[in-house]
Design a protein around this ligand. Structure first.
Ligand SMILES: [Zn+2]
Length: 127
């Protein structure tokens, strides 16, 4: 197997991943369903099955969403002190939609980092 040693831009790979695109070419789709990773890139042929995102995407997604939601909840509480049902009616749907929107983007970014850092077989040292 050919071992790729050319430097890969982590920032570029993250940006491609945030767009749910292949970290190598930025054109092919990384996912064929919501967060199911394609075996290979349909544009450049990069083998994407090497990714080992595992539990990191939901962890970072929850970390980001909860920071935003808790900040908003506290700010709203301090400014207007709305009823509890208003807080729940507002922040629960926002949390759900934001998390579902963010999860594939975070997973794409993490796959991009793995590819750029040649982790888990992306460097070509094992399959
Ligand atoms: Zn590609």
């Amino acid at each position: 197997m050919h071992i790729v040693t050319a430097p890969r831009s982590v920032a570029q790979a993250i940006l491609h991943g945030l767009r749910r695109r292949c970290p190598n070419c930025g054109e092919g789709q990384v996912f064929n369903k919501y967060i199911k990773v394609n075996h290979t890139c349909d544009h450049c042929g990069l083998e994407l099955h090497h990714q080992r995102a595992d539990d990191a995407p939901p962890y970072f997604t929850m970390f980001i969403v909860l920071h935003v939601v808790i900040s908003g909840l506290v700010a709203l509480e301090q400014a207007y002190s709305p009823a509890m049902w208003v807080q729940l009616a507002l922040w629960l749907p926002i949390s759900l939609v934001f998390a579902l929107w963010l999860l594939p983007r975070v997973k794409g970014a993490l796959i991009g980092i793995q590819w750029a850092r040649q982790m888990h077989g992306f460097g070509g040292d094992f399959t």
